[in-house]
Unconditional design. Structure first.
Length: 727
């Protein structure tokens, strides 16, 4: 029987609202709290976006909150090991070291790397940008170039702003095609859509249709009406054939966007080579399947949604452009049920544009390899070589925040070694992990439940316009700091030591407000005229309505037109055409997203890691038989840059010629302090992915489709009895 609120109050339990900050879904939560300790976490049915949905990660927030390995005081490395020190002393010593190195070796000698969780933290991301501006280094890195850079580049080159990203209008979509994404597990990526399984089933129940194109029969593909296998790394060929089919066999259906579109004939010419019959031997997708997908996309209320799988391959840039082009040709762009743009309560895109930050590409290039910057950032694949290679502007110091690039970027062992040669390193992170173990100082922020929450980024990518501001559900312990306070203190000290550079007045104004007042100002100036006090009176959030057409008012191109064929893609298309002549590789590696995991940083949560080992190599039974391998035995997975061993798990969910390892494991390095993760160490897929393999156009990492060899491990092979065949 459910207890009444009165009974809960009698035993000291109060209910507090929260938003899960662990993925892009923004699920609303209700927390039962007793003596400032969370005793239960459940979905909030009154949240207008998530409507009670939640996944195991949200339940594991209690594990994160109570984790004895989570740091709460600054640490300094000494000859005797790690020691705690007061915050003021830590800030002063860090600022002194950074200022000294910058004066001695120049701005570029001090680099930053910002990880994925920072984007879920409005104070952290805003004040992290302030800190980067104070630092003034060209060597800024982030998870962007390991993930979504090609999609942001497509938005910048076609629509005029890197943050103008279309999202599927799922609640009105009738025909959805998904490529390179597994939203049933991710709950959306570059789209906030909690309860994705329920949303897809609702789409089907109203007579709609779901098609998935993926080298693995994912959890999403299992739910779909149709699944087509595709060889990893060939998505751009398939998408080019889709565009060519739409041009030549159906004709563009631009509708009201026709007068807003330029270079359409150039786009037709660029994709003319990719006849469905021509691309089929390379992609593994039959010509009739290409034409069937094209016909599905011409139905009213259709959307083509592509995500990380299309980005992290050698033609990621072209793939992202082609997704937008196909949606344009189908009349799906900026149309109800199609791919639409949001109207967020805090319009970060408009603010960024007003500050002249619409994005940019290849304005500078990396020192060693000459890869292009994007949005003021260098590709993360260059980080190790920029530390290792002597010369002017060599990286000598690194500040990381909420990131673990040793596990999340390719050639992870090389980066691991490179970090040992830094003159100085600081980590803003709550854990002593595979990356932060190299730091001289670790400055730990409070937990996600100990800070106010407003999703600045992901309200801008939600399938419905909503807004929600929740004060911190739990009190932060005395003497702890939030991410934004850490960035602010470092920024102030560096300005004092280095002198105030350009735009100091604007920066100082932002410094003085704090995130709550900045959000309140953004809400009041935004399109819905809200405020923080107004939202705190609605702790489950407010519904601002369905997505509405935004073009042309939302276009940021100089001429107010959508560019269907930006020059940078025209210059890269010959590389894709040449790939048609290549024979397929014998065996290639892809990653795998899991519901009970969150990159590398939630493996210290017992709630998530319990159960059978999940860091397994999945392989089609036919490929295993050809190599005389048996499910459950230990196998070696080898590439040109290294080898790892993992239990084999045979599975017909993979197309032949493809093997899969999950992302985020590899907790076997010495010197970390994550006891649960160490017990479930697994192996890092990035230890065997080569950082030399990149999308030549964008510089984005190639994390999918690299060649591998698999054989029985040359050790006394332990048989994992609880590893079972899948599918």
């Amino acid at each position: 029987m459910t207890e009444t609120p009165a009974k809960c109050e009698k035993r000291g339990v109060t209910t507090r609202h929260a938003t899960c900050p662990l993925c892009e879904a923004m699920c609303g939560l209700k927390l039962d709290v007793e003596a400032d300790r969370v005793v239960k976490i459940r979905g909030d049915p009154d949240d207008p976006l998530s409507q009670g949905a939640l996944c195991p990660k949200a339940v594991a927030l209690r594990d994160l909150q109570e984790d004895p390995d989570r740091l709460q005081r600054p640490l300094r490395r000494t000859d005797r090991g790690w020691e705690e020190l007061p915050w003021k002393q830590a800030f002063d010593e860090v600022a002194d070291r950074i200022a000294t190195l910058r004066r001695r070796h120049g701005r570029a000698s001090v680099a930053t790397y910002f990880g994925n969780p920072l984007v879920h933290n409005t104070g952290g991301i805003v004040y992290g940008l302030v800190f980067s501006q104070v630092l003034g280094s060209r060597n800024t890195f982030s998870a962007t170039s390991l993930d979504q850079l090609p999609q942001m580049l497509a938005s910048w080159s076609m629509f005029g702003h890197q943050l103008l990203l279309p999202v599927p209008d799922l609640d009105r979509t009738r025909s959805l095609v998904i490529i390179g994404a597994n939203p049933v597990v991710s709950n959306g990526s570059l789209v906030s859509a909690p309860g994705m399984k329920s949303r897809l089933r609702a789409l089907q129940s109203r007579g709609g249709h779901v098609t998935v194109v993926d080298p693995r029969r994912t959890e999403t593909a299992e739910l779909a009406d149709v699944h087509h296998f595709i060889r990893p790394g060939t998505d751009a060929l398939f998408l080019g054939a889709l565009a060519r089919t739409l041009f030549e066999e159906h004709g563009p259906q631009l509708g009201r966007l026709g007068p807003l579109t330029k270079n359409l004939e150039q786009a037709r010419s660029l994709v003319s080579t990719f006849v469905p019959e021509a691309i089929s031997p390379r992609t593994g997708v039959p010509p009739e399947a290409v034409r069937a997908v094209a016909e599905r996309l011409l139905e009213p209320g259709s959307a083509l949604y592509g995500r990380i799988g299309i980005c992290t391959q050698e033609f990621g840039g072209l793939s992202a452009w082609l997704v937008n082009l196909v949606n344009l040709l189908c009349g799906s762009l900026d149309t109800p049920g199609g791919m639409m743009f949001t109207t967020p309560a805090v319009d970060a895109l408009a603010v960024a544009s007003a500050l002249g930050r619409k994005g940019g590409f290849a304005r500078t290039r990396s020192r060693v390899r000459g890869l292009p910057e994007f949005g003021g950032e260098m590709p993360t694949v260059t980080l190790a070589e920029e530390i290792e290679t002597e010369g002017e502007d060599r990286i000598r110091a690194l500040i990381t925040a909420a990131g673990n690039p040793v596990l999340s970027s390719p050639s992870g062992r090389r980066l691991d070694r490179a970090l040992e040669h830094l003159d100085f390193m600081v980590a803003i992170d709550p854990y002593l992990n595979e990356t932060t173990r190299h730091a001289d100082y670790i400055l730990p922020p409070v937990s996600p439940l100990e800070r106010d929450h407003y999703d600045l980024v992901f309200h801008s990518l939600a399938v419905r316009n909503t807004a929600k501001y929740v004060p911190a559900p739990l009190k932060a312990p005395p003497g702890t700091k939030q991410d934004w306070e850490i960035f602010l203190e470092l920024s102030r000290r560096l300005e004092a030591r280095l002198g105030k550079p350009v735009q100091a007045q604007l920066r100082s104004w932002a410094m003085g407000l704090g995130p709550r007042r900045l959000i309140d100002l953004g809400l009041r100036l935004g399109p819905h005229g809200l405020s923080v006090p107004r939202l705190t009176r609605s702790p489950s959030g407010v519904d601002l309505g369905a997505l509405e057409p935004q073009l042309p008012k939302r276009l940021f191109t100089d001429d107010g037109k959508i560019d269907a064929a930006p020059a940078l893609y025209a210059e890269d298309i010959d590389r894709l055409r040449a790939s048609l002549e290549r024979p397929p590789l014998d065996l290639v590696l892809i990653g795998r997203r899991e519901l009970r995991s969150n990159n590398s940083w939630m493996h210290n949560a017992p709630t998530l890691v319990k159960g059978p080992p999940r860091c397994t190599l999945r392989m089609h039974p036919a490929d295993a038989d050809a190599r005389n391998l048996v499910s459950g035995e230990l196998v070696e997975i080898r590439t040109e840059v290294g080898a790892v061993t993992a239990p084999l798990q045979t599975s017909e969910e993979l197309m032949p010629g493809v093997v899969s390892l999950p992302h985020g494991y590899g907790h076997d390095r010495e010197g970390t302090r994550q006891s649960v993760a160490e017990a479930h160490a697994g192996v890092s897929i990035n230890d065997i992915l080569d950082s030399a393999q990149v999308d030549e156009l964008t510089g984005n990492a190639v994390l999918s489709g690299q060649a591998v060899e698999v054989r029985r491990a040359d050790v006394d092979s332990e048989v994992y009895g609880d590893v079972e065949d899948v599918g």
